[in-house]
Unconditional design. Sequence first.
Length: 268
Amino acid sequence: MSAGALDTIPAAPTKSFGAWVLDLLVWGGVAAVLIYSIGDVDLENLSNLFSNSANTQVFAAQLLDPDFSDWRLFVEKMWETVQIALWGTFLAVFAAVPMGLAAARNVSPAWVVTPIRLLMNLLRSIPDLVIGLLFVVAVGLGPLPGVLAIALNTSGVLAKLFSEAVESIDKGPVEGVRATGALGLHEIVWGIIPQVAPLWTSFALYRFESNSRSATVLGLIGAGGIGQVLFDRMNGFGYRDVSAIVIVVVVAVTLIDMLSQAMRKRLL
């Protein structure tokens, strides 16, 4: 390699002293919080995991011997859980699309973006169990509270993801539509939606996978699905049934994940 070619090689980027100090403060702060919180998270009792090995062995033995005698009930309730997640995600998408557009800074004015983002933060912040319990009181036990709880929480999550996708679009197609004299709605339909639709669909599929697991926990408050059977068997110390239910959940979530991956590959 000639000397002239060596001269054209850019120098490796270097950090300034201030950047090094900032990195040290950030990561040093994280390390300090971890050390400080050892007692708060009860890590000192980690040794009990091994000192109570006899109880653990009995529990593990039952879990390793699943009882599938009620497999029809388990599969039926798992299917109900999938339906809860599917409908919750479906309703969330319809709520998240307008919220995501309204929360995008390159589409909506600040006086619209600010309250919509506050609403999105509120929906994401309230746990599913709290929202589900509210709907259980309102509409009674069953899968409907689970659907509504997942729909509200997921709409906040998807709206944030949708808005970020809109903010990162290429401005060229939008300006091209605007140059034809089209209205703002046409800019959204022809300039924005075609760019973000595959990514939005991928986000929705991912949340459906996640909601299939979240819907299981909602059974704790009587919101239907396999979770209700799971907690009943746990309270009755039926750990062999618990093991069988966990296996059914794992198989179902794995199949959903495989289906979602196949659909995302065709979209992206």
